[in-house]
Design a binder for this molecule. Structure first.
Ligand code: LRH
Ligand code: MN
Length: 430
């Protein structure tokens, strides 16, 4: 496929919008100057913000009931990378791709790596998969993987993770993410303490094989696919495990993996304080692990999470180096549009969090002035920073209006022609 989203079209579309961006940017600049904020410095920070895209987010997602494929779906990892190039071209903040194995297993790792590099992309985190059985797999993960009662199944799951590490080294990745769905559907099905012991025995082997300079990310999740007990169900269990494993193990926070109303920004503050925050799988949800677009349901929560992250960044908390990744399932939208929009929503929360007057906030906190403390946060959250986001994208060679440029480019229509749909109807997240 050689259809390029050409720079001329991008430039023309930006030209149409440049006047209002400059007007709004200058106006916001004056407003922020009154608050002692230099808009140019903030725009530089915005331009440096990075978030990785999940390879599994480029196809249409689904649920256990059904998946309704969209036109021009990527049929392999190379076409997923082509679509990631479009996202990067238009929003400029997404050079990293997280891969999922075996969904993205390449025949030639070197070919895949150079294919990505040629498009300005790099392979970020590797993700193993012991929550599905592969066609030629000797032993089933129906009753678990790294925590299975059968040592042979645990062995098989550990081996798969070790293969992901080896492949990741060839692809230039620097971290490995382990999420397992292991758990039980009924009381008594699992011995809750022994299951965790088995987990630690297995993951220690993976940790021991971690290549130099790599980090291991442990991802907790409250429930699903297990519906009564999940072995790594919450941040406390994850934190205990990463402490047990060693200094290169960290706890990854997927926003959708918590019970409704859990204070996720406080979990973030704790993991930052303990020096064990791996980073994030950003998305949003109303009920369960809905994997909806980041900032689409609870934008204030997203802001409060970035408020904790920016506070740590400005305080130069030792070892603070979170990996920002999206992990979403695009069931009813064009995945490219959702990924671009979500990357922008993360950047919005990050820039707004830099607008918090932290000196004033500290005074209100020390003075127990709850109302003014909240107002200090709300004032930042209620600031429309869109001109900064648009200007940062535009100065970096991206689009002032990514979705507008993408739609008028006809990319999806061209992909629908170039990528005849495979007759793969069915269900599931990918
Ligand atoms: C589990 C999860 C995990 C991935 C999967 C695709 O719900 O968040 O991060 O492996 O989604
Ligand atoms: Mn996730």
């Amino acid at each position: 496929m050689s259809f390029e989203l050409d720079s001329e079209h991008l430039a023309t579309e930006n030209q149409k919008r440049m006047k209002w961006v400059e007007e709004d940017y200058d106006h916001l600049g004056r407003q922020l100057a009154r608050r002692g904020v230099d808009i140019e410095k903030l725009t530089e920070r915005a331009a440096a913000f990075r978030v990785s895209v999940p390879s599994w987010g480029l196809g249409t997602g689904g649920t256990r009931f059904a998946r309704f494929p969209g036109p021009g779906e990527p049929r392999n990892v190379f076409e997923k990378i082509e679509d990631c190039e479009v996202v990067l071209k238009l929003v400029r903040s997404t050079p990293g791709i997280s891969l999922h194995i075996p969904w993205d297993q390449p025949e030639s790792p070197a070919e895949l790596k150079s294919f990505a590099q040629a498009r300005g992309l790099f392979i970020d985190s590797m993700n193993s998969n012991t929550f599905q059985d592969q066609p030629d797999q000797p032993l089933s993960y129906k009753f678990g993987s790294l925590t299975h009662t059968d040592p042979a199944v645990r062995r098989q799951a550990v081996e798969h993770n070790l293969e992901c590490l080896e492949l990741g080294v060839e692809l230039g990745a620097r971290s490995h993410t382990v999420w397992i769905g292991d758990g039980g559907n009924f009381p008594g099905q699992l011995h809750l303490r022994k299951a965790l012991d088995r987990y630690l025995d297995s993951v220690r082997e993976i940790y021991r094989a971690l290549p130099d300079g790599w980090r291991l990310f442990i991802e907790h999740k409250l429930y699903e696919p297990a519906f009564y007990s999940t072995v790594i169900a919450d941040w406390g269990t994850s934190y205990y495990c990463v402490r047990e494993l060693g200094e290169r193990a960290f706890s990854l926070v997927d926003l959708g993996h918590h019970a409704p109303n859990v204070n996720i920004e406080m979990i973030v503050a704790r993991l930052v304080q303990f020096g064990k925050l791996a980073g994030f799988h950003f998305n949003d949800s109303k009920y369960g692990d809905d994997d909806l677009d980041a900032g689409s349901i609870k934008p204030f929560q997203l802001f409060l999470i970035f408020n904790e992250l920016v506070d740590a960044e400005l305080a130069s908390v030792p070892g603070f180096d979170p990996a920002y990744m999206l992990d979403q399932s695009h069931n009813v939208t064009d995945p490219i549009e959702s990924l671009m929009t979500s990357a922008a929503e993360l950047l919005r929360a990050y820039v707004q969090a830099h607008l918090v007057d932290r000196e004033a906030l500290a005074q209100h906190q020390d003075g127990n002035d709850a109302l003014l403390a909240l107002q200090a946060l709300k004032r930042a959250f209620n600031t429309d920073v869109e001109p900064i986001l648009a200007m940062a994208r535009c100065r970096a060679g991206g689009a002032i209006d990514p979705v507008g440029v993408y739609r008028s480019s006809g990319y999806r229509r061209r992909m629908a022609e170039a990528r005849p749909a495979t007759a793969r109807l069915g269900a599931g997240i990918v």
